[in-house]
Design a protein around this ligand. Structure first.
Ligand SMILES: *[C@@H]1O[C@H](CO)[C@@H](O)[C@H](O)[C@H]1NC(C)=O
Ligand SMILES: *[C@@H]1O[C@H](CO)[C@@H](O)[C@H](O)[C@H]1NC(C)=O
Ligand SMILES: *[C@@H]1O[C@H](CO)[C@@H](O)[C@H](O)[C@H]1NC(C)=O
Ligand SMILES: *[C@@H]1O[C@H](CO)[C@@H](O)[C@H](O)[C@H]1NC(C)=O
Ligand SMILES: *[C@@H]1O[C@H](CO)[C@@H](O)[C@H](O)[C@H]1NC(C)=O
Ligand SMILES: *[C@@H]1O[C@H](CO)[C@@H](O)[C@H](O)[C@H]1NC(C)=O
Ligand SMILES: *[C@@H]1O[C@H](CO)[C@@H](O)[C@H](O)[C@H]1NC(C)=O
Ligand SMILES: *[C@@H]1O[C@H](CO)[C@@H](O)[C@H](O)[C@H]1NC(C)=O
Ligand SMILES: *[C@@H]1O[C@H](CO)[C@@H](O)[C@H](O)[C@H]1NC(C)=O
Length: 491
């Protein structure tokens, strides 16, 4: 019992209200309590096994920023308390976002990095506040340092900067002000882009973003950003980021893609044909080694989905400077689940896939001797109920499929954790929308609604709301693992 990790004990104390009433000099995470990897598991500095009961909360730095840059402190505190009360001990958050002189309608705004070397200090202070408030609640962070996709600027923005601000070939992205519109301006609904910025094929966009791996100037600017964040002193609590155990992990980027795959294979045509020459691998090697040199006390991961299959999964994670593997499981996006199909067979197909995907990736990770975190997964609400309404993602739809799916996929990860040969060490569903709802949304002066879905996708698609049963499933996971760990101190 005494060897139990601090974060699980804290979370077990009960309501977030208890935690948030602690005085400001009391932190759930001491600066030196770094998490490390031991075999296929995480341990804290006292040797307790650390299980990640996480959530994605990518917009934290913007919500935590000053009102003048679109922040909302009361919402931030409400939502952090809600998550803490459900036993959440980890948030995956953005520690990067890039802006541009080119038109940039589909991304986090205002961005942290306005142009190479020029930061929005108020947004950076939001990241400080986010980490400070997380630390008080015993929550650790995955800090995502880049993005393959357009919703935070990401690789495409760095590449555009090196090409005299060339227009980024955006793929279809959600335009909140496209038809259909509601009466009050700024309240949506919107649709995917068809006019305005050209909707390029996804492959064109991906090829453009992947120039990141072979453009030295883009890489220099990206590394400058990494160095700046890692060495930052938190303006709220004075901790240097690289010395703060609240930051568990530096993540190279959100979903970096293979640069030159040789085709598709696998059960649903989602896995890639191996290409050992893929520039993704040396890029991971270079960037992870760079981070290790700057922040030797914290963990490093890549941010990979695992949809590339066994070869890519193992090659990308098999560097000594990559501490653990990740998976993202997206059954609708990968064509395995249809949100308008109410049949049990449709759900079953998604559950069967998720179980196989979790088991397979657990084996792949164990083979290279590393833990694996399920750090993204989601399912739409029962949206066949919304199919003929004004918006397909209304929050009024029930969540029968989603709840059953969450039980299955979280349960599968827990089973792998409890099995001595399994490599799973936790889960992070996508993504916390908290008190936000599409029905009451109102874009702020920067065009943002801060749903759980990022700005290039339809708000409400994958949101987890404070009142959703999914949050109770997350909470039961934490209690179950906590009880199980109490009887298995020696794993
Ligand atoms: C900030 O969040 C609160 C809820 O905590 C909400 O009532 C309010 O409308 C939000 N303010 C803005 C400007 O969005
Ligand atoms: C860069 O773009 C600007 C504006 O589009 C243009 O005037 C300028 O000639 C371009 N410079 C180069 C080197 O291409
Ligand atoms: C949204 O866009 C899709 C694809 O471009 C189109 O089929 C659909 O009719 C549009 N929805 C509305 C309500 O305009
Ligand atoms: C979004 O839709 C509005 C209304 O149709 C249009 O004026 C605007 O150009 C669109 N924006 C983009 C970036 O496509
Ligand atoms: C991982 O790296 C180790 C050490 O370099 C090597 O022996 C092993 O074959 C690699 N595994 C895979 C799956 O590539
Ligand atoms: C719903 O999904 C099941 C399982 O994939 C499939 O057999 C069935 O045809 C689908 N129904 C419709 C209306 O698409
Ligand atoms: C899991 O691995 C088995 C055995 O290699 C394979 O048949 C199956 O297609 C895989 N499923 C997934 C979802 O990866
Ligand atoms: C914990 O979850 C397992 C399934 O992984 C289940 O068999 C067990 O009953 C649960 N225990 C508690 C205390 O909820
Ligand atoms: C832990 O062990 C005790 C004593 O053996 C037992 O009563 C209890 O049910 C166990 N709890 C779990 C969650 O395994």
């Amino acid at each position: 019992m005494a060897r139990l990790l601090v974060s699980i004990l804290l979370a077990s104390l009960g309501s977030g209200a208890v935690l948030s009433s602690r005085t400001d000099d009391q932190y759930g995470i001491e600066p030196g309590d770094f998490v490390s990897v031991k075999g296929l598991r995480f341990t804290d500095s006292k040797g307790g096994t650390h299980y990640v009961t996480g959530l994605n909360y990518w917009a934290c730095m913007n919500l935590a920023a000053d009102d003048s840059v679109g922040g909302n402190y009361s919402r931030l505190i409400t939502e952090l308390d809600q998550m803490a009360s459900k036993g959440v001990n980890h948030l995956r958050i953005m520690a990067s976002s890039e802006g541009a002189p080119t038109t940039q309608p589909f991304r986090m705004n205002p961005p942290l990095l306005q142009q190479p070397g020029k930061y929005n200090e108020k947004v950076f202070a939001g990241l400080d506040r986010c980490l400070d408030e997380m630390s008080k609640r015993g929550m650790r962070a995955t800090m995502t340092l880049g993005d393959e996709w357009q919703w935070s600027g990401g690789f495409g923005q760095f590449v555009s900067w090196t090409q005299n601000n060339t227009q980024i070939p955006y793929p279809p992205s959600w335009n909140l002000s496209a038809p259909p519109q509601r009466e009050t301006p700024g309240t949506g609904w919107g649709n995917y882009t068809t006019i305005g910025i050209d909707a390029a094929p996804w492959d064109d966009f991906q090829n453009f973003a992947n120039l990141m791996y072979s453009t030295p100037q883009a890489e220099r600017w990206y590394k400058d950003h990494i160095k700046t964040v890692i060495n930052r002193e938190n303006t709220i609590n004075g901790r240097i980021y690289k010395e703060d155990a609240t930051i568990m992990t530096w993540q190279l980027a959100n979903e970096p893609q293979a640069q030159a795959p040789l085709g598709y294979e696998g059960p649903y045509g989602i896995y890639l044909v191996p290409n050992s020459e893929d520039l993704l691998f040396p890029w991971i090697n270079r960037i992870s080694a760079y981070i290790r040199g700057l922040a030797p006390k914290q963990l490093i991961n890549v941010g990979l989905e695992g949809k590339q299959g066994q070869y890519y999964f193992q090659q990308a994670h098999n560097f000594t400077t990559v501490d653990y593997a990740t998976t993202h499981c997206w059954v609708q996006n990968w064509g395995i689940y249809d949100m308008y199909n109410s049949s049990g067979a449709n759900l079953q197909q998604a559950q069967d896939f998720a179980k196989a995907f979790i088991h397979n990736s657990s084996v792949w990770a164990a083979e290279i001797g590393k833990p694996v975190l399920l750090e993204e997964f989601g399912m739409a609400r029962d949206n066949w109920q919304n199919q003929y309404k004004e918006y397909p993602y209304l929050s009024s739809a029930s969540t029968a499929h989603k709840d059953a799916y969450f039980e299955t996929i979280i349960g599968a990860a827990m089973d792998e954790f409890k099995s001595s040969s399994g490599a799973y060490v936790g889960t992070c569903p996508w993504a916390y929308g908290g008190i936000w709802r599409p029905e009451t949304e109102h874009a702020n002066e920067f065009g943002m609604v801060w749903a759980g879905d990022p700005p290039h996708e339809s708000p409400g698609w994958y949101d987890l709301y404070d009142t959703d049963e999914a949050m109770n499933i997350v909470s039961r996971q934490q209690k179950n693992i906590s009880a199980w760990l109490a009887n298995h101190t020696s794993i």
